[in-house]
Design a protein around this ligand. Structure first.
Ligand SMILES: *[C@@H]1O[C@H](CO)[C@@H](O)[C@H](O)[C@H]1NC(C)=O
Ligand SMILES: *[C@@H]1O[C@H](CO)[C@@H](O)[C@H](O)[C@H]1NC(C)=O
Ligand SMILES: *[C@@H]1O[C@H](CO)[C@@H](O)[C@H](O)[C@H]1NC(C)=O
Ligand SMILES: *[C@@H]1O[C@H](CO)[C@@H](O)[C@H](O)[C@H]1NC(C)=O
Ligand SMILES: *[C@@H]1O[C@H](CO)[C@@H](O)[C@H](O)[C@H]1NC(C)=O
Ligand SMILES: *[C@@H]1O[C@H](CO)[C@@H](O)[C@H](O)[C@H]1NC(C)=O
Length: 396
């Protein structure tokens, strides 16, 4: 009996005074399980169930074959689109009979990481981690890979792919937690026009957030997407990007920016529709999207519950209709619709799309990336693709 008590006391003492077990980072691989997509532009998803205790993700190492994977997205989901190892997924997904089709997440979708060829990888700031699993609302991780060119999966090569991510994780929590805030619109884009799609929200969380990265997302009509913090009537740029460039997370324009209660967040997508038809915001590749993502951290472990700022978009809603405070539109920067690298801001209204100047350059400038790609492929077959070098960019 005495022996038991003594060893119990000793055990307690050792437990109380010894240092906590060192938390060695652990690499967790989330890789496609030797898939063989046979149809060009296939989007495949692969899910992983998380544990009942939380995991802290501090880094992402892309592990992709650039000749095969066009882009990869990592989602956190409350429930996955499907509980099979692999399914056909994503808003641009076309039917691919080999795989069942389902959304990426069935509920609680959050983008945690994005990779695209030739783009630099994102590192989280010091002491920052995404918390997943455990009692968070992220119960699954889902990897989405866009297979643009599937030549290597067809005969004679019959290859397979294991593109994916190595996640750097640990079990002990860190002082700062990462989250993603999503801004976007509904609405429609008139034919032959440049249209602004706008959203704005008063920041009414009681937290102070530190945005450190941003991501833009549209389909082919987006020309520039920009996001701002408005504090006491002063506009500060969070990020601005041409969404036809790789849709990764990029460093924010203004380092050390914070957003606190009372600030206003605003975003605009400048869309150029040179088609003869109206284009709606929607989920298929014939529709459009307007999204601005803000990746942020907070000190402590509480991230925002309300992570969205959406409006109905044009023609019903614009910044003029904002009613929760003063957007100070008269002090709006004149770069809101300026594509990075350009000197001409895009203006809203009807466009003179059919120009008199029929030079190759002006024709190419007015083509959608997908049309440009088709033209490129046609000319390449005839061996006449040299004229197009420098214009082609494999878009989304
Ligand atoms: C879940 O727990 C198992 C067993 O401890 C571990 O091998 C695995 O890496 C954990 N997964 C995650 C995502 O943390
Ligand atoms: C796909 O990749 C192969 C090489 O792997 C190349 O020969 C072919 O032209 C590519 N197809 C397209 C449509 O880009
Ligand atoms: C995938 O490709 C590798 C190397 O080419 C091959 O060894 C393996 O058997 C293939 N696996 C499947 C499931 O097709
Ligand atoms: C605009 O608002 C009207 C009336 O509220 C509604 O019927 C219409 O569907 C809305 N249009 C869009 C594109 O949201
Ligand atoms: C992004 O910011 C981080 C931290 O400030 C810095 O280390 C990194 O080099 C930046 N990346 C780019 C591409 O500018
Ligand atoms: C941002 O904050 C860091 C750490 O507090 C500091 O070292 C850095 O100089 C600041 N950068 C700017 C641009 O204010």
């Amino acid at each position: 009996m005495a022996l038991v008590v003594i060893s119990l006391v000793l055990g307690l003492c050792v437990g109380a005074f010894s240092a906590p077990a060192p938390d060695t980072p652990k690499q967790i691989d989330l890789l496609m399980p030797h898939v063989q997509p046979k149809v060009p532009d296939t989007y495949l998803c692969h899910g992983m169930k998380l544990n009942s205790s939380a995991t802290y993700i501090t880094g992402f190492i892309p592990n992709a074959n650039m000749n095969i994977a066009h882009h990869m997205l990592l989602y956190g989901c409350t429930s996955p689109g499907m509980k099979k190892p692999v399914w056909n997924c994503g808003e641009m997904a076309s039917d691919s009979s080999m795989f069942d089709t389902a959304p990426t997440c069935a509920s609680g979708a959050k983008i945690l990481y994005a990779w695209a060829m030739d783009a630099p990888s994102l590192s989280l700031p010091k002491d920052v981690a995404f918390a997943v699993g455990g009692d968070t609302d992220i119960k699954y991780l889902v990897l989405q890979v866009h297979y643009k060119n599937v030549t290597t999966f067809l005969p004679p090569q019959n290859g397979n792919d294991t593109s994916g991510l190595n996640l750097i994780t640990q079990k002990n929590k860190l002082p700062r937690r990462a989250g993603v805030y999503l801004m976007g619109t509904g609405g429609r884009i008139k034919p032959k026009s440049t249209v602004f799609m706008e959203t704005a929200c008063k920041f009414d969380s009681n937290l102070e957030i530190h945005p450190f990265a941003f991501r833009t997302h549209t389909h082919t009509l987006g020309r520039v997407v920009s996001g701002y913090r408005i504090r006491d009537g002063k506009w500060t740029e969070i990020g601005r990007m041409n969404p036809q460039k790789p849709q990764m997370f990029y460093n924010v324009t203004t380092p050390n920016l914070t957003v606190k209660p009372g600030d206003i967040l605003a975003a605009r997508c400048t869309m150029l529709n040179d088609r003869d038809t109206t284009v709606n915001i929607g989920a298929t590749q014939n529709d459009e999207m307007c999204n601005f993502y803000i990746m942020y951290y907070v000190d402590g472990k509480t991230i925002m519950d309300d992570n969205y700022c959406f409006t109905s978009g044009p023609p019903n809603w614009s910044w003029e209709n904002f009613g929760q405070g003063d957007l100070a539109l008269e002090d709006m920067p004149d770069t809101v619709s300026l594509p990075p690298g350009s000197s001409e801001p895009l203006e809203e209204g009807k466009d003179d799309v059919a120009r008199d100047d029929e030079s190759l350059e002006s024709i190419l400038d007015n083509l959608q990336p997908r049309e440009l790609e088709e033209l490129y492929e046609e000319l390449a077959e005839e061996g006449k693709d040299n004229d197009l070098n420098g214009y082609y960019y494999g878009g989304y």
